[in-house]
Design a protein around this ligand. Structure first.
Ligand SMILES: [Ca+2]
Length: 377
């Protein structure tokens, strides 16, 4: 009994060894692609829910008072919340205006969407302000890109230029600023209505820079009562192409010196309307390779994937398994690459195979149909 099991185990082991040596298993696609932003890349978000109720936001989550003044803070509250349980309350507290900022770094190119939700109660009194700055330092210099004022006297939100919309009281309202640094442009929406669009660097006065330095929630120059903010987000908008490829290049049982063929596809998985230029960056040094096409330009996400035909003249060596990679690259972004794994195996000597095969197939006459097929038996 023991010998029988041992014998069986040995044969199975032999078969596994045999398969491993003569057949290249696996169709492994290694896809690596990257770009500065994905289409809805969240760069930063804030919902205030994890902070202690009633706590000052100065020194929490990157928030602090203007000029690092701890008194110019807002407080975590549950009086209103869009996302439960908390929001931040902005008002005059103890004779000092809340002037709460959150700074950003690295937001200076491409396109971005800044979103905040604001709640103004119908009994609000005074003027409260939402501002974005392109330059901020404690003690200055400062430079503003926009300023929105919400006034209980007029019942309106007013942009710096004087455009207005009616305040929507007693509900959460989205404030959305769409920033395009490449065009030096911003569009400011209140409850999805366009309030104003204008230059980013000259939004308040000339001399600003292409950068988002901070958001500022300011309770105004004169005493104002509570308003609330919740669910901030800053999202990078994809504008770049993104190289993607799919396919496998695995050949087995290839006669040395013969030609084999295969295909893979290339596509642009990036932002709508973006244009991808791509090329073959690297392919194995064994064999003789031909790609058609070997590069391309102007490929948009709306286009169909490009099929690349591949021909390889196998190396003139018996009983070898050759492996490697074909690497494609975005011509305008060396970090955006895509890899297809490759293998090519030339046949092993039939004289060696046959006695072993015969033994296996005699022992298991109905087994290993794949093995029979692969070896052409
Ligand atoms: Ca919240």
């Amino acid at each position: 009994m023991k010998n029988k099991i041992l014998g069986k185990t040995m044969i199975i082991g032999l078969v596994i060894l045999f398969i491993g040596a003569s057949v290249t298993v696996g169709a492994n696609i290694d896809k690596r692609s990257s770009g500065p932003y994905q289409s809805t890349d969240i760069f930063w978000e804030e919902n205030f829910d994890s902070y202690d109720l009633g706590s000052s936001m100065h020194g929490q989550g990157g928030w602090r008072g203007w000029d690092n003044n701890p008194d110019a803070t807002g407080y975590v509250t549950d009086v209103q919340a869009q996302s439960s349980p908390h929001s931040v309350e902005i008002a005059w507290f103890g004779g000092t205006a809340a002037d709460l900022i959150h700074e950003f770094t690295g937001v200076s190119s491409g396109e971005w969407i800044f979103t905040a939700y604001q709640y103004i109660p119908s009994d609000f009194s005074g003027e409260t302000n939402f501002l974005l700055l392109n330059t901020y330092n404690d003690g200055g210099p400062y430079h503003w890109s926009n300023a929105l004022s919400f006034s209980s006297d007029t019942g309106e939100v007013r942009s710096w230029e004087g455009e207005t919309l009616l305040i929507i009281f007693d509900q959460w309202v989205e404030i959305r600023v769409e920033i395009d640094f490449s065009a030096d442009w911003q569009e400011i929406y209140y409850d999805d209505d366009l309030l104003v669009e204008k230059s980013w660097t000259e939004g308040i006065e000339p001399g600003g820079v292409l950068n988002l330095a901070c958001v500022d929630l300011y309770a105004g120059d004169a005493s104002s009562t509570s308003v609330y903010y919740d669910d901030f987000s800053l999202d990078g908008v994809a504008t770049d192409p993104d190289l993607d490829c799919e396919g496998t290049l695995n050949w087995i049982d290839v006669e040395p010196g013969s030609t084999v063929e295969g295909t893979f596809t290339v596509e642009n998985a990036g932002a709508p309307g973006s244009e991808l230029s791509w090329e073959i960056e690297y392919y194995p040094s064994w064999g003789t390779w031909t790609f058609n096409p070997e590069s391309g330009t102007g490929l948009t996400p709306e286009d169909d994937a490009i099929t690349v035909d591949v021909e390889v003249v196998a190396p003139d060596e018996q009983e070898e398994t050759f492996t490697g990679e074909v690497v494609l690259v975005n011509s305008e972004n060396p970090d955006d690459t895509c890899t297809i794994d490759v293998s090519l195996a030339t046949p092993v000597n039939q004289q060696v195979i046959n006695p072993l095969l015969q033994m296996i197939l005699e022992r298991f006459p109905n087994a290993f149909p794949i093995l029979r097929y692969l070896l052409g038996l």
